[in-house]
Design a binder for this molecule. Structure first.
Ligand SMILES: *[C@@H]1O[C@H](CO)[C@@H](O)[C@H](O)[C@H]1NC(C)=O
Ligand SMILES: *[C@@H]1O[C@H](CO)[C@@H](O)[C@H](O)[C@H]1NC(C)=O
Ligand SMILES: *[C@@H]1O[C@H](CO)[C@@H](O)[C@H](O)[C@H]1NC(C)=O
Ligand SMILES: *[C@@H]1O[C@H](CO)[C@@H](O)[C@H](O)[C@H]1NC(C)=O
Length: 865
């Protein structure tokens, strides 16, 4: 019996693994044009104009900008700061030390909380109260307090207010809040056992959400809130509305098993005063609707809302909402950005309601019965005032009864274009902020700043209904989530809060683009080429000569002038030597292309004598007829920009070097694009460091597939074992796993194209045992539309947390392989002091040396992945 139990448990795990492996493969085939690769990658040491603030504490989670006073307020753990917005690193800062007392911390510790993280005063709320004061709340070691801050002197009031109705106890609980006309609206699960609640706290009347018989919010995680001033210029006396954005447990019937949680928007009216008898001290205007962000053709849904940003327009109807969505599975990364119009949200709240037949546990379906009048959940407008309903306390009982039972709307809110603007694999976005920029063409573009969970900031521009990610910037040495992003037009800066510090960056850094092509292809609305350099357009009043092309990113530069900027190098080598002609492309979207004496070089590998890499062209065992002018082009966006020209001379003066001589390895000549010396350098390769893997995969997809294969392999092994044991016991159950394994096998057959050149192939035991592999990749020598687009760059290397014990086989570094033929893999178990990624040149040299030592295998081994 015990054996049988174990057996079925094993089968369950197996089934789970197989399901996971199929799901894994599934979501990562989005529509190709949505999966955008950041055009350039800027590592920490390449950041320009970066300023930092780091106080004595941690958790810089709240940022609040006071543009007029040029102050950036920061809420951190046990402290508040007022920083100079023009330069947050300047020493003229003010600080309020507001930590919980030792006694308070001790009580917190005794409640079973962690005194290293939780038992502090984490500042959770900081907003402007009136023209002179700010209002702030902190968790205060699980006993929340609030206080006023005098903004001019930056002093906290001596009298504190009870915070338990306004601020969560737990610093990690989701929370959002707004101060509107000195009334505080907040949403959170305040205490450990309480229901999530949307409240108006002060002054009275205090309003809450209903808990019974219908619970209005189900395990809600709040991510944001926004005021939409609909009363302004309303012809019907409409009220202002407050919107709350969150993820909660799904209540509606859904054909998809995966929908356990859904993204929602809820709204209340600002003048709501609750009901008189029914819904006393409860919202009479609470309604909620689902926010959909899916890939419709793939039936794939992003159900977890992570961050929202309301970009206000001239009128409320012109305002747009941007949302970051994620996946429900904890160990699979992926993010989507969807955009909604406020009028679409309003449309959902004007539509039919949903109902739940018996109790709140049964699934909700459309309500088709009679709707009482006035329309339940609406704000008090002129129309209602005309019939004597001046306040929500005048609303008839039947209306309030209806509101109480029908908080959910039937219509779902679809994103603009019915699909995301962007979908990225492998990245978890955490925060988003938008800024409007008027470009040279007179059009207003949305500049989108996105923070990741590993401390990267991406700058993107929305062009039509797509995002072009101009660049990704590494903000921190240690990966850490971006907590908040604030943009200042006045300071032309973006501020980012994180667990360890606050970072200030310029909104644009045009001067880093050194040529017209670079400047135009970046498609940065802030930047244009003035004939000499790439400049901020805001700094130029005369704009006639500026060149910018946001829409296409390829017009305005003189292609014939491109040749003037090309670097010229000459190289001379002995016949039989290997030469690397270096050509590193700054853009991840560019494809290198080589010509020899004006003719395109085709093919790669040993037969053709050439290999294409991310940073150059390798001429293998150069022969005299390979002499000539080699030109490296960067092909991007329909343009073909020459980067460097090498005149290569292969001399036949000396006999070819002896085949294998470990003490005097054959010289490898290498040339550097940046090196200004044209001399021939003898290159003495450094000793091989152990255990490098050098693989080439067609793209990231292959990595996922290899994961699937691993899982598939696991399935197969388990299946075989279980079948062996299981046939005697329960012969039939094995078929599911067999099918999955067969599927995995098929994938393997179709996609395992990794090749290895064994280091043991000529029978020589290799001292390094390094398993170095050089693999000809699928170097696209011409832009091929059929090729899948460049895979996304997983920002910084991270300890992979894919769970199921396969982390050891996952590479920790995968960079700069877009559209190029080589990919660098480093196993996580190799020494940890390595830099972020290795220079391709360095690797190549190592490999070349290796190849010389070992000669070439006629028959490559199967990859050891
Ligand atoms: C505060 O920062 C520390 C260190 O980065 C982190 O471990 C912790 O989770 C943070 N706490 C909160 C509430 O953000
Ligand atoms: C947490 O409490 C333990 C036990 O009282 C104590 O030893 C430790 O120093 C405390 N840590 C902090 C950071 O207060
Ligand atoms: C702002 O509010 C604070 C706290 O209630 C109060 O002391 C102060 O006088 C107010 N300032 C103005 C200008 O009303
Ligand atoms: C509503 O307000 C109007 C004008 O302010 C007043 O005349 C009327 O009596 C009020 N009605 C109720 C039911 O309070």
């Amino acid at each position: 019996m015990l054996k049988m139990l174990k057996h079925s448990a094993g089968l369950l795990i197996l089934l789970f693994l197989c399901i996971v492996s199929t799901l894994w493969g599934y979501p990562f085939r989005p529509p190709l044009d949505l999966d955008v690769t950041p055009r350039t990658t800027v590592l920490l040491n390449g950041l320009l104009g970066c300023k930092r603030f780091r106080g004595l504490t941690l958790n810089y989670s709240l940022l609040m900008l006071e543009e007029d006073a040029d102050v950036l307020y920061v809420g951190a753990r046990g402290a508040l700061y007022a920083l100079q917005a023009s330069d947050i690193s300047s020493s003229s800062l003010q600080m309020i030390d507001w930590e919980a007392s030792d006694d308070q911390k001790h009580q917190c510790f005794n409640k079973g909380k962690d005194n290293k993280t939780e038992c502090y005063n984490h500042i959770r709320f900081l907003q402007k109260f009136n023209s002179t004061h700010l209002y702030t709340c902190g968790t205060h070691a699980f006993s929340p307090l609030c206080a006023y801050i005098d903004g001019r002197e930056f002093k906290i009031s001596s009298v504190f207010e009870e915070g338990r109705e306004k601020c969560p106890y737990d610093p990690t609980k989701s929370y959002t809040g707004l101060l509107i006309d000195q009334q505080m609206y907040t949403a959170s699960q305040y205490e450990f056992r309480s229901y999530p609640d949307i409240r108006r706290n002060s002054p009275s009347p205090t309003l809450k959400t209903e808990e019974a018989p219908t619970q209005w919010l189900q395990e809600a995680d709040f991510v944001g809130s926004a005021l939409v001033r609909e009363s302004v210029s309303s012809s019907v006396g409409e009220d202002d509305k407050i919107y709350f954005f969150f993820t909660e447990k799904s209540q509606e019937l859904s054909p998809y098993f995966s929908h356990s949680r859904v993204a929602r928007v809820a709204r209340v009216c600002k003048s709501d005063r609750g009901g008189l008898l029914t819904l006393q001290k409860k919202w009479t205007s609470f309604l909620k609707a689902r926010l959909v962000c899916s890939l419709p053709d793939y039936d794939f849904h992003f159900n977890v809302l992570r961050s929202v940003f309301l970009l206000e327009g001239a009128s409320p109807q012109d305002s747009v909402l941007y949302g970051i969505f994620g996946l429900e599975w904890k160990n699979v990364k992926g993010s989507a950005i969807c955009q909604y119009s406020i009028s679409d949200i309003q449309w959902a709240f004007e539509g039919p309601y949903m109902e739940s037949k018996e109790d709140s546990n049964s699934k909700w379906t459309q309500y088709t019965g009679k709707v009482p009048d006035p329309r339940p959940g609406s704000c008090i407008t002129d129309q209602l005032r005309a019939i004597g309903i001046n306040s929500s306390t005048n609303l008839p009982d039947d209306v309030l009864h209806f509101v109480r039972r029908h908080p959910l709307m039937y219509r779902q809110i679809l994103p603009q274009g019915q699909r995301p603007l962007l979908f990225r694999r492998n990245v978890d976005y955490t925060k988003i902020a938008i800024h409007r920029v008027t470009a040279l063409d007179g059009q207003i573009y949305h500049m989108i700043f996105i923070g990741t969970d590993e401390g990267w900031l991406q700058r993107a521009v929305r062009v039509n209904d797509q995002l072009h990610i101009i660049e990704e910037l590494q903000l921190f040495e240690e990966p850490q989530p971006v907590y908040s992003i604030v943009i200042s037009e006045k300071q032309m800066s973006v501020y980012v809060g994180s667990p360890t510090s606050v970072v200030q960056l310029p909104l644009s850094t045009c001067k880093k683009y050194s040529s017209c092509f670079e400047c135009v292809m970046a498609r940065d609305p802030f930047c244009a080429w003035d004939g000499l350099e790439c400049v901020e357009i805001t700094s130029h009043n005369i704009r006639a000569n500026l060149k910018q092309d946001i829409l296409n990113g390829n017009r305005g530069c003189d292609e014939s002038a491109a040749d003037d900027q090309v670097l010229h190098r000459s190289r001379s080598v002995m016949a039989g030597d290997d030469v690397l002609l270096q050509c590193e492309l700054s853009s991840n979207l560019a494809t290198p292309e080589w010509t020899l004496d004006g003719k395109k070089l085709l093919g790669y590998g040993l037969v053709s004598g050439y290999r294409f890499g991310t940073d150059g062209l390798l001429v293998i065992e150069a022969r005299p007829y390979q002499s000539g002018n080699y030109c490296c082009f960067a092909r991007e966006n329909g343009l073909h920009v020459p980067v460097v020209i090498y005149s290569l001379t292969v001399r036949q003066d000396l006999p070819p070097p002896p085949p294998v001589d470990l003490t005097h390895p054959p010289a490898i000549f290498w040339t550097s694009q940046t090196s200004h010396s044209d001399s021939i350098e003898d290159f003495h390769p450094t000793p091989l460091s152990p255990s490098f893997e050098f693989l080439s995969l067609r793209n990231m997809e292959a990595m996922y597939l290899s994961l699937i294969i691993i899982l598939g392999g696991l399935c197969l092994v388990l299946t075989v074992v279980l079948l062996y044991v299981g046939f005697c016991l329960q012969g039939r159950k094995g078929k599911y796993s067999l099918r999955a394994a067969a599927r995995a096998e098929r994938k393997r057959g179709a996609n395992m194209e990794l090749k290895t050149i064994s280091s043991h192939c000529n029978g020589k035991a290799d001292a390094h045992d390094g398993l170095l592999q050089i693999v000809p990749g699928e170097a696209p020598t011409s832009p091929n539309k059929d090729l899948p687009p460049a895979p996304p760059l997983p920002p910084p290397p991270s300890e992979s947390e894919y769970g199921i014990g396969i982390s050891a086989t996952l590479p920790s570094v995968l960079r700069k392989m877009n559209g190029n033929s080589y990919m660098l893999l480093r196993q996580t178990d190799v020494e940890t002091t390595s830099p972020l990624y290795y220079s391709f040149t360095e690797e190549l040299n190592r490999i070349l040396e290796k190849r010389k030592h070992t000669q070439l295998c006629s028959k490559p081994d199967e990859s050891s992945v």
